[in-house]
Design a protein around this ligand. Structure first.
Ligand SMILES: *Cc1c(COP(=O)(O)O)cnc(C)c1O
Length: 446
């Protein structure tokens, strides 16, 4: 590997990253979308298959999680316009922000209140289905609400599921696995919040705590799980099923936008801003959106200044062969959902030519956005989930953002543009902790 100084010489932006300054990066490898690019390991059929599986499980989900009954057991979140926040950001940054601002409220996803309720729950369901089909207890034409019986929970109790997590993935997998009857162990990194661990323990989940970061929790969890043949390890750094579960969001989003009479086409570009940790969530969503909207959608990832692992992997082309710690960055952030030092093993190469760009946000910036969004729209998100909200400001104000708009002939189309910020979590945060976050944001904004 090159030295840090050699990397900086090649990519001067790394200097800013190492200094944990906020950066905006437009991806030089971005290319017009090719549906059958051989760099893509999945296709539309795989996503469709995941979507169908979630439909099969919907009667079961509706039965055991009553909060999902209004959508008949489909775990989905609303999209809401945020005009007051848009106006406030325009004033704060002294730049009129054109177009329509929309928030994708995965903070309100039922069951676990974060984007992990997509991929995490999907992978547990897929594993449960595989086991039940294999043992002749289920056929794909059955009404899956039969899974809510003692017969099935007894069956699943012979098996265990394990996962490494900074918090939200553990919540999704823990809650879903425990509901089905699996034994479940969540390996939690040091940055995982106490309330998330307590909540899981209250559901009968075994929580193992580590003093190291997310990468270490995953590594140790993987090791323990592989020594037990009845244990299934959900591997956030490598899982294709998680990715496909996230990707299902795209076709549902298309339907939601159509229902709102929102147009996306060449003259009405859609910009999507996705908070990124290991990359599976934002990668899956971005991949699904590119399949649908191709060159009319522009996807940007957002990471904390102290955990820019995906950006570092993309910029250097080293992907999961590099950690932020290799560059002397500490991976310590209040955005626990994004506190990842090493990016996914397969997402980087998939999105290498699909992603428009990426940027970083400071923790203080996240808290300021948190209280501002609460004041303007009465929407309360966890710190990680705010990373997407500043995207349009960056795109308009930063040098590489302006260049991106110019190079893709987007400047004249901005008045018709659509900006979708993916709010990735928040509704599970206990009230008093949310209030602390809010107060911190207010103090910082003074
Ligand atoms: C996990 C998470 C993300 C990012 O998802 P990855 O798959 O880790 O990239 C974003 N926001 C929140 C709140 C999360 O929990």
């Amino acid at each position: 590997m090159k030295t840090i100084q050699e990397w900086i010489k090649e990519y001067p932006l790394i200097n800013e990253l190492v200094a944990t300054k906020e950066v905006f990066w437009s991806n030089p490898k971005y290319e017009p979308f090719q549906e059958n690019g051989d760099y893509l390991p999945f296709n539309e059929k795989d996503i469709k298959d995941a979507e169908e599986r979630l439909k099969r499980f919907a009667p079961y989900i509706a039965k055991v999680f009553p909060e999902t009954r209004n959508l008949n057991g489909i775990i989905e979140s609303p999209i809401v316009p945020i005009p007051a926040m848009q106006k406030k950001l325009s004033n704060m940054y002294k730049h009129p922000l054109e177009g329509t601002f929309l928030l994708k409220c995965d903070n309100d996803l039922p069951i676990s209140g974060s984007i992990k309720a997509r991929g995490g729950i999907y992978e547990v369901l897929k594993h449960a289905e595989t086991l039940a089909l294999k043992h002749g207890l289920l056929t794909v034409n059955d009404d899956y609400s039969i899974l809510a019986s003692e017969k099935f929970s007894n069956f699943f109790s012979q098996y265990s599921i394990a996962v490494g997590s900074t918090g939200n993935l553990g919540l999704s997998i823990g809650i879903m696995s425990a509901k089905l009857g699996f034994k479940v162990t969540v390996h939690m990194s040091a940055d995982a919040k106490k309330w998330k661990k307590d909540l899981l323990k209250s559901k009968g989940v075994t929580v193992i705590e580590y003093t190291g970061d997310y990468g270490e929790a995953v590594k140790e969890g993987r090791k323990q799980a592989y020594s037990n043949p009845n244990c299934y390890f959900i591997d956030d750094e490598n899982s294709h099923d998680l990715f496909l579960g996230y990707a299902v969001a795209a076709s549902r989003l298309k339907q939601q936008l159509e229902d709102l009479n929102v147009i996306v086409d060449e003259n009405h570009p859609l910009f999507v801003y996705l908070p990124c940790g290991v990359g599976g969530g934002p990668g899956g969503v971005a991949y699904g959106l590119k399949l649908i909207y191709q060159n009319c959608v522009h996807c940007f990832f957002a990471e904390p200044t102290h955990s820019p692992s995906m950006l570092l992997g993309l910029m250097t082309g080293l992907h999961d062969k590099v950690t932020v710690q290799d560059f002397g960055i500490d991976n310590i952030t209040s955005a626990d959902g994004l506190a990842v030092g090493r990016p996914s093993g397969f997402v980087g190469p998939i999105i290498e030519s699909l992603l428009s760009g990426s940027y970083t946000v400071s923790d203080n910036g996240l808290f300021e956005l948190l209280s501002t969004l609460a004041d303007t729209e009465n929407i309360h998100l966890e710190p990680s989930a705010l990373a997407g909200v500043i995207g349009p400001v960056k795109l308009w104000n930063e040098k590489q953002g302006k260049e991106y708009l110019k190079n893709h002939n987007l400047k004249d189309k901005m008045k018709n543009s659509l900006h979708l910020m993916w709010a990735t979590g928040g509704s599970m945060v206990p009230k008093e902790i949310m209030h602390e976050y809010y107060k911190k944001g207010v103090t910082l904004s003074l």
